[in-house]
Design a protein around this ligand. Structure first.
Ligand code: DQA
Length: 147
């Protein structure tokens, strides 16, 4: 069994890009954090990052249906990609959306999140630790469904 860890545009730049907003952890650090959190629960982590909307959708269509859950930071796509929203609705797996920064405290175009109604919940503004909480929550959910 595996979880998907999906990161959208510009998140390959974590650690370098706006460290005051996004912190100093790199994407590799986050992937390691997700693995370290999931593996003790018997779940592997399959990670994917892309700057391309269609590539994210192709990946989710391919690996989503078999996943125990999905952690996704859609980056700016979270504010306007109805295509990504429809994809998540279609594959219908338990999904948690993560935003490192508190998008609600930032520019108004970041206040709207179009994936809201197709995810279990959102972790917003808790920094890269947010990924850990999201992975932890999906692991618990997986465990409960297998008790
Ligand atoms: C982000 C917030 C988005 O508004 C922004 O476009 C990002 C990162 C976050 O993790 O805080 O790329 O998703």
């Amino acid at each position: 069994p595996y979880l998907l860890l999906v990161n959208g545009p510009n998140l390959n730049r974590l650690g370098v890009r706006k460290p005051d907003t996004y912190g100093r952890q790199t994407l590799s650090d986050i992937i390691a954090l997700a693995r370290n959190t999931a593996e003790p629960h018997g779940l592997a982590v399959v990670d994917f990052q892309s700057n391309h909307e269609g590539a994210l959708i192709d990946f989710l269509q391919e690996r989503g249906p078999g996943a125990a859950g999905i952690v996704i930071n859609p980056g700016a796509f979270g504010h306007y990609s109805y295509a990504l929203r429809d994809c998540l609705e279609d594959i219908d797996r338990p999904t948690i959306e993560v935003h490192i920064s508190n998008v609600h405290k930032r520019e108004s175009f970041r206040h709207h999140l179009v994936l809201s109604d197709v995810v279990i919940g959102q972790v917003v503004g808790l920094g890269t630790e947010g990924y850990r909480y999201a992975v932890e929550a999906l692991c618990r959910r997986f465990k409960q469904s297998h008790d």
